[in-house]
Write a protein that binds this ligand. Structure first.
Ligand SMILES: [Zn+2]
Length: 177
């Protein structure tokens, strides 16, 4: 006991050293290097083989063909094409190609009717999801004729392309069978 009392003056420097050490530890803790983020290298060029593999993983199915038809056209408000027969999607794309050939690739054809209009003929193919109407009145007369003739020529006997004239002039396409 005598010893401790005698050397009590040493307590202050020891505490001071401990305090300093504590501060040093704190500083050191905040000093840790920030983890460096390295983004994974992404290969942005595909070999032909990789591209083919990608195509096989995502087959170009009928749903995609329908989406393409909607993407390459505008549709008049209220047009219903969701139940359109798959073969009509393909026919529609063929007609779009005709519009592009006649009017240029920037032309966006407008579908004005599918299975949606209550005033088609009673047995109209429209009500069997086997017919579509395209806008044609915004084109010069000779271009209308070209599109109609080219469309019938490309689609062949399985389809009938009609140039419906009069007040509600449009291009009508339907399956024949
Ligand atoms: Zn029609």
């Amino acid at each position: 006991m005598q010893f401790f009392v005698k050397h009590l003056y040493l307590l202050a420097p020891i505490l001071a050293i401990l305090a300093l050490f504590g501060v040093y530890r704190l500083i050191k803790a905040n000093d840790r290097p920030i983890p460096h983020y390295e983004p994974k290298q992404v290969e942005d060029t595909w070999s032909a083989e990789e591209y083919m593999r990608h195509l096989n993983l995502k087959p170009f199915n009928q749903r995609e063909v329908h989406r393409l038809l909607l993407k390459r056209t505008r549709q008049k408000e209220g047009v219903y094409l969701e139940s359109l027969l798959p073969v009509m999607d393909t026919a529609g794309l063929e007609i779009i190609r005709c519009y592009h050939k006649v009017m240029g690739d920037d032309y966006v054809p407008v579908i004005t009717s599918g299975n949606d209009y209550p005033y088609h003929k009673k047995n109209s193919k429209h009500y069997k999801n086997a017919a579509m109407d395209f806008r044609i009145v915004d084109m010069p007369m000779d271009k209308r004729r070209q599109v109609v003739e080219m469309a019938q020529d490309k689609l062949g006997p399985r389809f009938k392309v009609l140039w419906e004239k009069g007040e509600m002039e449009h291009l009508h396409v339907e399956m024949t069978e």
